[in-house]
Design a protein around this ligand. Sequence first.
Ligand SMILES: [Zn+2]
Length: 87
Amino acid sequence: MPYRYHCHACHTESELCSWPGQARAVRREHRRIAHGGMRPAAGDRIAHATPSVRGPAWTAGVLLALIVLRELTGIEPADIARALGLL
Ligand SMILES: [Zn+2]
């Protein structure tokens, strides 16, 4: 579950962070640069963020392409992975 840092004083938010520690580092850096290391009076928070749909969409696209490739050519995805040195 990704996380995002929000600063209510600056009306800004961070990019998605993969884990809470990364979001806390963003918060620490933002407080240092924008607020002299202090907690903004208007508050800030780290919250769960909705994951991007790009990751699952890419995965679904690759799987669909592999299925179409197998149906059209008979080449199994494992054979392609072996040819690329992935297996
Ligand atoms: Zn701020």
